[in-house]
Design a protein around this ligand. Structure first.
Ligand code: MN
Length: 209
């Protein structure tokens, strides 16, 4: 199996594309120019969280951050690695139907381009468990770190996401509270799954959503 198809196998297995409006993986990765894309989905699932997605080798490496990112370098935010998503997921904004995996509203909370510091090291840095990178988003900017603290390989590893101490670090700027809106639709409100309790029982691991 091609390397990229293998990376998207879990994504495909968890979803019924005849029900969910989320995109099915493309057969071939779209041809890309030089820049790598990133986006953050604000996902009102079993538990509200922020999905940071970084384009690496034709797919979106993904981390679920329960509290969301912070511009305060002292805030080390838990980031649980989830399955890689197809590049086409980057434009998805909508509601995942009740009863489906990840049910609830998902909005594009931020988007832009990113690069490692120094550039071009994303595959190696992910493998090593320490990504140092620059985000050029509408909300998230400057240098950031993702550091693996538990687990390795394709399972659910735990990482910490935090702002580097650069000129854009700002302990007084609470970005998730001050900028709740979608950067695509401007929508500010999200709605979680209708039957939260039922879904809780079906998915005892809320981070997986
Ligand atoms: Mn999610």
């Amino acid at each position: 199996m091609a390397r990229r198809a293998k990376r998207l196998k879990t994504y495909r297995a968890k979803r019924d594309f005849s029900i969910t409006p989320e995109p099915a993986p493309e057969e071939q990765a779209p041809k890309k120019r030089g820049e790598l894309s990133f986006m953050v989905h604000k996902h009102d699932a079993t538990r509200l969280h922020y999905d940071l997605r970084l384009e690496i080798e034709g797919a979106l490496a993904s981390w679920a951050i329960p509290k969301g990112p912070s511009f305060n370098p002292a805030d080390r935010r838990l980031a649980v690695q989830t399955e890689d998503h197809p590049l086409s997921y980057g434009t998805f904004e909508g509601r995942i139907p009740d009863g489906e995996y990840g049910a609830g509203d998902s909005m594009i909370w931020d988007r832009g381009t990113w690069e490692t510091v120094p550039p071009g090291q994303e595959v190696w840095m992910r493998e090593k468990g320490h990504l140092e990178f620059v985000l050029h988003g509408e909300k998230l900017k400057g240098r950031w770190h993702l550091v693996r603290t538990r687990g390795h390989g394709s399972g659910k590893s735990e990482w910490l996401c935090f702002k580097a101490k650069d000129e854009l670090a700002n302990p007084d700027f609470d970005v998730v509270t001050e900028r709740p809106e979608s950067v695509v639709s401007g929508k500010r409100v999200t709605r979680g799954p209708l039957r939260r309790k039922t879904i809780d029982a079906a998915h005892p691991d809320p981070m997986s959503l």
